[in-house]
Design a binder for this molecule. Sequence first.
Ligand SMILES: C[S@@+](CC[C@H](N)C(=O)[O-])C[C@H]1O[C@@H](n2cnc3c(N)ncnc32)[C@H](O)[C@@H]1O
Length: 221
Amino acid sequence: MSYKESYTQQLRSNFLKYTRKAFKSLPKMEKPRVLDLGCGSGLLTIELTNLTNGDIIAIDIDKGLLDQLNKKIEERNLTNRITTKRMDLLKNDFQDNYFDLIWEEGVVQLIGFKKSFKVCHRILKVGGYLVLGQAIKTMDKNQDLITKCGFELIKQLNWPEDCWWTEYYEPLERKIKEIREEKENPDIFENISVIEAEIRMVKTKLKDSDCAHYILLKKRK
Ligand SMILES: C[S@@+](CC[C@H](N)C(=O)[O-])C[C@H]1O[C@@H](n2cnc3c(N)ncnc32)[C@H](O)[C@@H]1O
């Protein structure tokens, strides 16, 4: 993992407290079957093993990220708790009504809300939960799909306003400033100008980054 990746992962882990809060608002589930959808390098996957005593299947389309997760699983002796699969959600071979819980953060907007909701509805048990970590603005545009696709919105837990700025981009900007002032080795980040452009973009539309966890219940259609 490059320094940039490990530094941004460290910043990304600031948001795990919101994941924990959302998880704790779910009814207690004994040994649930959990899908971590679009697990990436597994920040949430590992956290889920602390939050639940169930078995977790973590899927992603990116082999490099899954390799990183597999390394973490080995290092933490979690092979009996987590199974990883290189799989596209839209081409999954899971049985109908299989999972008690599907967790996603920052993934369904890449795949498409309607397609993702349909697939998640098929593979979730009736009474199972789909938990989304999404930008409020994006979710607002897709709210009507929740009931259309057979779910009920049980709860919305907003993250603090501007937390993407205060807990992620601002520290990242400070780190880059240190590099620019030669207090840090410039080689520790690849492509500083790309990160700077991302920071500039976020700064101009801070409200667009405001996020929430959405807890959706699968209803019988
Ligand atoms: C923004 S990252 C989120 C990673 C992780 N959930 C997190 O919060 O740190 C989105 C992830 O979704 C994965 N992804 C994109 N399309 C997918 C698909 N069709 N099926 C499964 N995973 C997908 C990407 O490879 C990427 O790792």
